[in-house]
Write a protein that binds this ligand. Structure first.
Ligand SMILES: NC(=O)C1=CN([C@@H]2O[C@H](COP(=O)(O)OP(=O)(O)OC[C@H]3O[C@@H](n4cnc5c(N)ncnc54)[C@H](O)[C@@H]3O)[C@@H](O)[C@H]2O)[C@@H](O)CC1
Ligand SMILES: Nc1ncnc2c1ncn2[C@@H]1O[C@H](COP(=O)(O)OP(=O)(O)O)[C@@H](O)[C@H]1O
Ligand SMILES: [Mg+2]
Length: 297
């Protein structure tokens, strides 16, 4: 089992919502991704972000997929982006500038696919965004195709690779967990970025502190579980947590939600919508309790 010699971060808790709060108090999440054939991916991230408590969730998706993505949930808004005939985003950064400015956190990558235009877009989003950016899935693969991708990392970036994606970026084989963990810590140290190296016992590190997650279950080993995590981390940053705090609390509640769903449904596999369904219970276990006077029923 790989190890590290960095101190563990303290697990943050979500504060109770102030009585006079409104949707603007909990941030604007902007999720960019999806393509024809992988519309569900970004829809899952969006629904997870809404369930985790982001005030507003906008999904920027290829125009061709907009109705499909919108049809999954009435709780998220959609932004149509210029696309190819194959249904991949071809938009340049100018189409997104106003949305980037309005966002408190951006999640990019689920179901996005790969192309030279997308490599440019991922690069431009990382250069332009003023808020934190969670980089997942195909955004990681597009990033890896850029020779100077390491220069695009900073304290406002969260990378959430699974071992396959991290092998493409770091060059360390997916089968060598120890080398992958060491490379993640080193990249985080060099750049200040938060790196979430997923899998059994997901690593969360910003290069200063590091923790292995102890929640989760093999019942989560199914397509879309990671797309849910992207939405969770994005929404936690929208609610004021730092990238490291959001990643740490995010992987903890994501895994706990999987465990709770597995038990409650007596199932061998927890489907992503079920993972989202059990998020409130998992989040509740990691929230500060309201005082009894504060519960306004
Ligand atoms: N409903 C949907 O539309 C879905 C779309 N998805 C999208 O599909 C695209 C491709 O992503 P994939 O991750 O499937 O494909 P990848 O080719 O990036 O990764 C799959 C490979 O990575 C390796 N790997 C992954 N986890 C590992 C682990 N824990 N230990 C060792 N090796 C591991 C394995 O070799 C595996 O075959 C992404 O854009 C993703 O967001 C997926 O998220 C699945 C659901
Ligand atoms: N055996 C397991 N134990 C704990 N967590 C797991 C297990 N298998 C998968 N997961 C979690 O599920 C998620 C899978 O992410 P990812 O591979 O990106 O999925 P996808 O791209 O299909 O959405 C990760 O957060 C990972 O930690
Ligand atoms: Mg994934």
């Amino acid at each position: 089992m790989p190890d590290h010699d960095l101190p563990s971060p303290t697990l943050p808790r979500l504060k109770p919502r102030a009585k006079d709060s409104h949707k603007g108090s909990f941030g604007n999440a902007l999720l960019i991704g999806g393509s024809r054939g992988m519309a569900g991916s970004i829809a899952l991230s969006g629904l997870a972000a809404a369930r985790t408590g982001a005030g507003l969730v906008r999904l920027a998706v290829p125009d061709r997929c907009l109705e499909t993505v919108a049809s999954f949930s009435p709780c998220t808004m959609t932004i149509p982006l210029t696309n190819s005939s194959a249904g991949q985003i071809t938009a340049s950064i100018e189409e997104l500038t106003a949305h980037l400015e309005a966002a408190n956190c951006i999640g990019i990558g689920p179901g996005m696919g790969g192309s030279p235009e997308l490599q440019q877009l991922v690069q431009d989003v990382l250069r332009t965004a003023q808020c934190p950016v969670v980089v997942d899935a195909d955004a990681l693969n597009n990033l890896g195709a850029i020779s100077n991708w390491r220069e695009l990392l900073s304290e406002k970036v969260v990378l959430t690779p699974h071992p396959g994606e991290w092998s493409r970026l770091s060059g360390m084989a997916a089968s060598d967990r120890e080398a992958q963990v060491a490379a993640a810590i080193e990249h985080a140290k060099q750049s200040g970025a938060t790196i979430v190296l997923k899998g059994y016992r997901t690593l969360v590190t910003d290069g200063v502190e590091a923790a292995f997650n102890s929640t989760g279950t093999p019942a989560m080993a199914t397509g879309g579980s990671g797309d849910v995590l992207t939405g969770i981390i994005t929404a936690l940053i929208c609610q004021g947590l730092s990238p490291l705090e959001a990643a740490h609390l995010g992987v903890t509640v994501h895994g706990l939600s999987g465990e709770l769903a597995e038990r409650a449904l007596s199932t061998r596999v927890v489907l992503p919508p079920e993972l989202i369904q059990y998020l409130p219970l998992a989040l509740g276990a990691h929230a500060e309790q309201r005082s009894s006077r504060g519960i306004g029923f």
